[in-house]
Design a protein around this ligand. Structure first.
Ligand code: ARG
Length: 268
């Protein structure tokens, strides 16, 4: 009889411990100490999508979106670890699987889809032409013919500039550099992402520059991953959740002070 009692105690103690372990696990599912963080590449030279603050922190629309995706409310089960990469090397870094994903205002294009994968569109964007404020000649695509144009290496702006007859194209690594070249008078125009340019002008970061043709193209940004990524499905579901639960709208309003446009659920 005594022996049986003793076993019952042990059993209850054991069950108690087990329950405690289960409880702890469900109380702290967000720390994911047992899951390695998702490595996410970004080129933080692109206001207001990804920028590095003076203290070295990353902030911006893309950063908020990615961090929101990593919250358990978006259904994802991983922490995010950002890694700064030059924009030009983003696609080859993804191909080599040196990062799990990249968020960097990356436009979904048929060309890029040959080598990497993209999430569903998360931002409606397009290119714009920027010139010095005193420029009266450049007004549209046609007036760019034969002009000197600065673009970011490897960007959709660079692809677009290649289609302008007789244009002389200078390529740069980052936004601040090609706008500086425009201000210095070395080039006549910059072709780059409209939202980024308009944001910089509005916030006094680009004095002396104006936009003459807004949304020359219609583009969508997507979160990029290597092909056959095990994370893509969860990322897509997470974006859908943020779109339907109001988080996307909140982030959009924070950075653009406007209502977000409708997004298609797939590309194109
Ligand atoms: N949307 C353009 C592209 O995909 C430019 C993006 C630049 N992004 C950046 N973080 N520098 O080519």
């Amino acid at each position: 009889m005594k022996l049986i009692n003793f076993n019952w105690q042990q059993l209850i103690l054991g069950l108690g411990c087990l329950l405690l372990m289960i409880a702890c696990k469900s109380f702290y599912p967000t720390t994911n100490s047992d899951v390695k963080p998702l490595k996410v590449g970004t080129d933080p030279t692109f206001v207001p999508f990804e920028i590095q603050t003076a203290s070295g922190n990353l902030e911006g629309f893309d950063i908020d979106l990615m961090n929101a995706l990593a919250q358990p409310t978006a259904g994802l089960s991983f922490a995010v670890q950002f890694e700064s990469l030059p924009f030009d090397g983003m696609i080859s870094t993804l191909q080599a699987k040196r990062v799990d994903a990249a968020i960097s205002g990356i436009t979904i294009t048929a060309e890029r889809l040959k080598t990497i994968a993209f999430s569903r569109p998360y931002f409606k964007a397009g290119l714009a032409i920027a010139v010095r404020k005193d420029n009266q000649n450049i007004k549209d695509f046609k007036s760019l013919q034969g002009k000197k144009i600065a673009v970011q290496i490897g960007s959709t702006g660079a692809d677009f500039a290649k289609t302008i007859p007789n244009a002389k194209i200078s390529t740069f690594n980052s936004g601040p550099e090609f706008f500086q070249d425009l201000l210095n008078g070395n080039v006549d125009a910059v072709v780059s992402d409209a939202f980024a340019t308009l944001y910089a002008i509005k916030n006094g970061k680009l004095k002396g520059i104006k936009v003459v043709a807004d949304l020359l193209t219609q583009e969508y940004y997507g979160i990029a991953t290597p092909k056959n990524s095990p994370y893509l499905d969860a990322i897509n579901k997470g974006i859908a959740t943020l779109l339907s639960n109001g988080t996307y709208k909140q982030i959009y309003q924070k950075w653009f002070n406007a209502e977000p446009p409708q997004l298609p659920d797939s590309w194109p």
